[in-house]
Design a protein around this ligand. Structure first.
Ligand SMILES: Nc1nc2c(ncn2[C@@H]2O[C@H](COP(=O)(O)OP(=O)(O)OP(=O)(O)O)[C@@H](O)[C@H]2O)c(=O)[nH]1
Length: 633
C-alpha cells in the first residue's frame, strides 16, 4: 500500500471518530502510569528523607549520650585533679598517694553515668629520668573501685605502644587524653576491651615552673559504657563504635561481634575526645519500624498503576461496548434493510405492491409497484390514506372502510379486501389489498401495519366470465333456463311482498327448423342471435330475457307492470321479430308465437305462470296469429 493511501485511510479513520474511543484507554493508562510513577518517586524521596532525618536524629542523640558519659568520666578525673591541687605537694610536702586516692574514690558518688569505669590507677613519674627511659614511669596503684584486684608488680605502661601516646599527649597538653582501644586485662587495668582516660598531674614550683609528677588513669570497659546506650536505642537500630575515623581500619571496638549485612543502611558520626577520634555508627536492622514506610510509596505507586489499569480497562470496555453496540445496530439495520429489500423484491417480483403504514404519524410508505397499481404518480411522492380513497371505486368505499375498521378495532389483526381502481385505459381494475398489524403500543392499540397489493383483475374477469357463462346462453348471451328461473323467483318474491304485478312472455319462433335445414345451422345461429338482440331491444334494461329452448325465449317484465303494458311489449316483440332480417346476402323473414301470463292473475308461482304463458303461446301458434289475453288475458 502506498504512503498516500495509508495517509488517506488514516485520515478517513480519524474523521470517522472511533480513534478517540480506541486511543482513550491507552491515553488513560499512560497518563495514570506516569502519574503513579511520579507519585511513587516523590513519595519515596520524601520517605527516604524522613528516614534519614530519623536516623540522623537517633545517631546524634546516641552521640550526645556517649559524650555525656565521657564528660561524666572526665569529671571524675577533674575531681582527682582538683584533689591533687588541694594536696599541693610543694606546700605540704605530701603528694597524692594511693591511700588518699583510694579514700577519694570510695567517697565518689558513682552513678549509672559512670558505667564502665573500671577503676583509677596512679602512675607516678620518676623525676629526673627521661621520658623515654625504660625504667619509668610505673603504674603504682589501682584499682580503687571493685575490680580485677590489687595490681601486683606495676607494669611499665610507658612501654605500651597503645598507651604511651596518650600519656605523652596528656603530659604535653596538660589535659585529659584518651587512649585507643586496648585490652585492659593486659595491663591489669580492667576485665575486658576498653580504653583509658589519662589525667596528668603536675607539681608546681615557686619559680612558676611545674613538672609532671604523675598520671591518673581511668580505665573504662567499652561494653559496660556502650551497652546502656544501645539499650536506649529504638528497636531495630544498633550502635557500632570504631576506633579512629574509618569503618575498616582502625577496627571496630564495639560491639564484640556484629557483622553488618551487605547493603544494610548505616549512618556515621565522628567523635573527638582527648586527642582520640571515634566513629560512632548507627546500623539499621530490618526490623526497624520506619523502614516499612519506605514500602508505602511503592504500594501507593502500585495502587496508582492498578487504578490506571482499571480505569483504562473501564474506558476500553465502555468504548468497546459503544462500538460493539454501534456495530450491532449497524448489522441489525443492514440485516433488516436486506430483509426488507428481499421481502419487497420478492413481492415486487411477484407483481405485488408493498405498503407500510405508520398509523401514529399517518405516513404511508409504498413501493413503485403499489403506486403503479393504484394509479398514483411516482413523482407525487408518498400518498396519505385519505388521498387513496378517491382512487377507489365508489361502490367499494364502504367495504374498504369497514374491513380496515374491523382490523384496527380489535379484529384478528389482518384484513383482506378487494376493490376497484381506475384502469389506465378507462374502466376499472380489480385489486386485492392484504394487511397485517405488526406493531402495537402497550395498550394493544395498533401502531404500524404492513401489507401487499395484488392485481386480481384477470382473476375477477375470469370469475365473472365463468359466472356469466354459468348463467347465460353462450349463443345469445341471454339468461339461460336456470338463471332465468332464479331471476323469476326473485321477481315473484318481490312482487308478492310489494303486491305488484309481473308479466311473463313466452316467444317461440315459427318454423325455425326449416331455416336450419335450408340454410344451415350457422345461419340458424345467427338468426337466433339477431332475435335475441331484438327481444332485448324490445324491453327495459331491468327486464330479463332468457333463452330456455332451441328457439324458445322467455321475457320477464319486472313490476309493477299492467297487463296492458305487458300486451304492448308482447306486440312490440311480435312485430320486431317479424321484421325482415338481412344476414349477408340472405334475407329472411320469420314470425313468432307469443304467449303472455300475468302475475298474479294467470299464475302465482313460477310453474303456473310458465304454464300459463306456454298455453297462451300455443294458442297463438295454433291460431297462427298474435293472441293476447285469450288465456286469462
Ligand atoms: N341453429 C340452431 N338451431 C337450433 C338451436 N337449438 C335448437 N335448434 C333447432 O330449432 C328447431 C326447433 O324446433 P321446433 O320448434 O320443433 O321447430 P319449428 O320449426 O320452430 O316448429 P314450430 O315451433 O312448431 O314452428 C330444431 O330444428 C332445432 O334443431 C340452436 O342453438 N341453433
Amino acid at each position: 500500500m502506498s504512503l498516500r493511501r495509508r495517509l488517506l485511510r488514516w485520515r478517513a479513520r480519524w474523521r470517522r471518530g472511533p480513534h478517540l474511543a480506541q486511543g482513550l484507554p491507552w491515553a488513560i493508562l499512560l497518563l495514570g502510569l506516569m502519574l503513579s510513577l511520579g507519585l511513587w518517586s516523590h513519595e519515596r524521596e520524601e520517605a527516604e528523607q524522613a528516614l534519614q532525618r530519623d536516623l540522623d536524629a537517633a545517631l546524634h542523640a546516641a552521640g550526645q549520650r556517649l559524650s555525656h558519659r565521657l564528660d561524666a568520666l572526665q569529671q571524675v578525673l577533674s575531681a582527682v585533679h582538683a584533689l591533687a591541687q588541694t594536696q599541693e605537694p610543694v606546700l605540704t610536702g605530701r603528694s597524692l598517694d594511693e591511700a588518699r586516692l583510694g579514700r577519694f574514690m570510695e567517697a565518689l558518688p558513682l552513678g549509672a553515668e559512670h558505667a564502665g569505669l573500671e577503676g583509677l590507677a596512679l602512675v607516678r613519674w620518676m623525676p629526673g629520668r627521661a621520658v623515654d627511659d625504660k625504667a619509668s614511669p610505673r603504674a603504682l596503684l589501682g584499682p580503687l573501685l571493685p575490680g580485677p584486684g590489687q595490681l601486683g608488680q606495676p607494669p611499665d605502661l610507658w612501654r605500651e605502644a597503645l598507651l604511651q601516646p596518650a600519656l605523652q599527649r596528656a603530659w604535653e597538653s596538660g589535659q585529659v587524653a584518651l587512649s585507643p582501644a586496648l585490652d585492659l586485662r593486659s595491663w591489669r587495668l580492667g576485665r575486658s576491651l576498653g580504653f583509658v582516660l589519662v589525667q596528668p598531674l603536675f607539681r608546681s614550683f615557686p619559680d612558676g615552673g611545674r613538672r609532671l609528677e604523675s598520671w591518673v588513669l581511668a580505665p573504662v570497659a567499652l561494653a559496660a559504657l556502650m551497652d546502656p546506650l544501645q539499650a536506649q536505642m529504638p528497636r531495630g537500630l544498633s550502635l557500632r563504635l570504631f576506633d579512629g575515623e574509618g569503618l575498616q581500619d582502625p577496627p571496630q571496638i564495639y560491639p564484640a561481634a556484629a557483622v553488618p549485612a551487605r547493603g544494610q543502611r548505616h549512618r556515621e558520626e565522628r567523635l573527638h575526645r582527648g586527642g582520640q577520634a571515634w566513629t560512632l555508627q548507627l546500623l539499621v536492622q530490618p526490623d526497624y519500624a520506619p523502614l516499612t514506610r519506605l514500602g508505602e510509596p511503592l504500594v501507593l505507586g502500585l495502587l496508582g498503576g492498578l487504578g490506571s489499569l482499571l480505569l483504562a480497562l473501564l474506558a476500553w470496555a465502555l468504548a468497546g461496548s459503544r462500538e460493539r453496540a454501534q456495530a450491532l445496530a449497524q448489522r441489525m439495520t443492514r440485516a433488516l434493510r436486506e430483509s426488507e429489500q428481499r421481502w419487497a423484491f420478492a413481492l415486487e417480483g411477484a407483481g405485488d405492491g408493498v405498503w407500510d403504514w405508520d398509523m401514529r404519524a399517518d405516513a404511508l410508505v409504498t413501493t413503485a409497484r403499489w403506486k403503479a397499481l393504484m394509479g398514483w404518480s411516482l413523482a407525487a411522492g408518498e400518498p396519505r390514506l385519505v388521498q387513496m380513497l378517491p382512487l377507489v371505486h365508489p361502490d367499494d368505499h364502504v367495504q374498504l372502510r369497514q374491513r380496515l375498521r374491523d382490523c384496527i378495532q380489535g379484529g384478528p389483526g389482518t384484513f383482506e379486501v378487494e376493490y376497484r381502481v381506475r384502469a389506465e385505459g378507462g374502466g376499472w381494475r380489480w385489486l386485492l389489498a392484504r394487511g397485517r398489524i405488526v406493531e402495537r403500543d402497550e395498550g394493544g392499540d395498533p401502531l404500524r401495519m404492513i401489507g401487499t397489493l395484488s392485481d386480481i383483475d384477470a382473476r375477477r374477469q375470469s370469475e365473472a366470465q365463468i359466472h356469466f357463462l354459468a348463467r347465460h346462453d353462450p349463443l345469445t348471451e341471454l339468461a339461460n333456463r336456470a338463471h332465468f328461473s332464479e331471476r323469476l323467483q326473485q321477481a315473484l318474491a318481490h312482487a308478492r311482498r310489494y303486491r305488484e304485478s309481473l308479466g311473463l312472455i313466452l316467444v317461440d319462433l315459427d318454423r325455425f327448423k326449416p331455416v336450419n335445414d335450408i340454410h344451415g345451422h350457422a345461419v340458424g345461429d345467427e338468426l337466433l342471435q339477431a332475435m335475441a338482440r331484438r327481444l332485448k331491444a324490445a324491453v327495459r334494461e331491468t327486464d330479463v330475457v332468457g333463452r330456455i329452448g332451441g328457439d324458445e325465449f322467455l321475457v320477464l317484465l319486472c313490476g309493477p307492470v299492467s297487463r296492458e303494458s305487458a300486451r304492448h311489449v308482447a306486440e312490440k316483440i311480435y312485430n320486431l321479430v317479424a321484421q325482415p332480417l338481412q344476414l349477408g346476402d340472405l334475407s329472411l323473414e320469420l314470425t313468432c308465437s307469443v304467449g303472455l301470463a300475468m302475475y298474479p292473475e294467470d299464475g302465482e308461482d313460477e310453474h303456473s305462470l310458465k304454464k300459463a304463458a306456454d298455453d297462451a303461446m300455443y294458442a297463438s301458434k295454433r291460431a297462427g296469429r298474435l293472441l293476447l289475453g285469450t288465456t286469462g288475458g
